[in-house]
Ligand binder design. Structure first.
Ligand code: FES
Length: 110
């Protein structure tokens, strides 16, 4: 437990100097360092976790729900399903976890 806390503290120091937060995308287990204030939708697209189809683009204003992902982070108002276009990377110290919604539905339907 102590080692884990020390490791977290070291990461927090790093975050405070570079203004980035780790975002982990599941189930692919892809981790990126995202700049605080950047829209989570753009982080997901750049990480290859959400794909924008030219004929059906993301609305980017909360209306289409195509950007919805599940999170384990309770500080998001829409927890556990959030529209990633509605949120920016918050200035937090813990990792953000986002799971593709199609994966969630597949697991729930089995
Ligand atoms: S892009 Fe449409 S709800 Fe997020």
């Amino acid at each position: 437990m102590l080692v884990k806390n020390m490791a977290l503290d070291k990461r927090n120091e790093s975050n405070s100097t570079c203004n980035k937060v780790a975002v982990r995308f599941l189930p692919d287990n892809v981790v990126v360092e995202a700049e605080i204030g950047k829209r989570l939708l753009d982080v997901a697209i750049q990480a290859g976790q959400l794909k924008e189809e030219p004929q059906e683009p993301f609305c980017r204003d909360g209306g289409c729900y195509k950007c919805e992902m599940e999170t384990s982070n309770t500080q998001f108002e829409e927890y556990p399903l959030i529209r990633t276009c509605k949120y920016s990377v918050p200035p937090i110290t813990e990792e953000i976890q986002l799971t593709k919604i199609d994966q969630v539905w597949s697991e729930n339907m089995l």
